[in-house]
Design a protein around this ligand. Structure first.
Ligand code: AR6
Length: 174
């Protein structure tokens, strides 16, 4: 059983085993948390991402999938890259967003990570509504039954995000 905790922080500063990156399918780096993680980790991250792109995921990392690299200069041991859905107003993407969390937790289990920190996947550049994205995150993580992972941190980058997480946690945990 893993505990799910909400914290407000810059995810790149956290001393956890694995930090999740809200990446793009090319694993090419970008803005938002992806840019911050690449800057904090240093050039090794781009090198490892390029290797993954050229070997395991030649057509790109599919939405919902997750893959691990080292974390370079960050305090974490690994970065787990996942690609969230781009919000399309259909209201049908919660399942796909949820698979980002479950697949990332599965990868964390495989590599032996006991703690994992998530940003609010898809809630920035990919335009998922914040309340909805945080609710999917909380619900999926509360339902996860990892073998190795003991602590799941849901990282709010703003006070507004922290409020949204806590609201979802209160509603879903009862
Ligand atoms: N620590 C924690 N959370 C952060 C940080 C940080 N340092 N920086 C931003 N956030 P986004 P997406 C929050 O846009 O929507 C990139 O260009 C941010 O406030 O990073 O999944 C990729 O390359 C927001 O709540 O990811 C992709 O192309 C959350 O992280 C695309 O953006 C996610 O926002 C992915 O878009």
């Amino acid at each position: 059983m893993a505990t799910v905790e909400i914290i407000q922080a810059d995810i790149t500063t956290l001393t956890v085993d694995a930090v999740v990156n809200a990446a793009n399918s090319a694993l090419a780096g970008g803005g938002g948390v992806d840019g911050a993680i690449h800057r904090a980790a240093g050039p090794i991250l781009d090198q490892e991402c390029r290797t993954i792109r050229q070997t395991r995921y030649r057509s790109g990392l599919p939405t919902g999938a997750a893959v691990a690299t080292s974390a370079g200069n960050m305090p974490a041991k690994w970065v787990i890259h996942t690609v969230g859905p781009v919000w399309d107003n259909s209201g049908t993407q919660d399942g796909l967003l949820g698979t980002c969390y479950t697949n990332s937790i599965n990868v964390a289990d495989e590599i032996g990570a006991t703690s994992i920190a998530f940003p609010t996947i898809s809630a920035g550049v990919f335009a998922y509504p914040l309340e909805r994205a945080t609710r999917v995150a909380v619900e999926t993580c509360l339902n996860a039954r990892p073998d190795v992972v003991r602590t799941i941190l849901l990282v709010a980058f703003s006070a507004k995000a922290e409020r949204a997480y806590n609201k979802a946690l209160k509603e879903l945990k009862g």
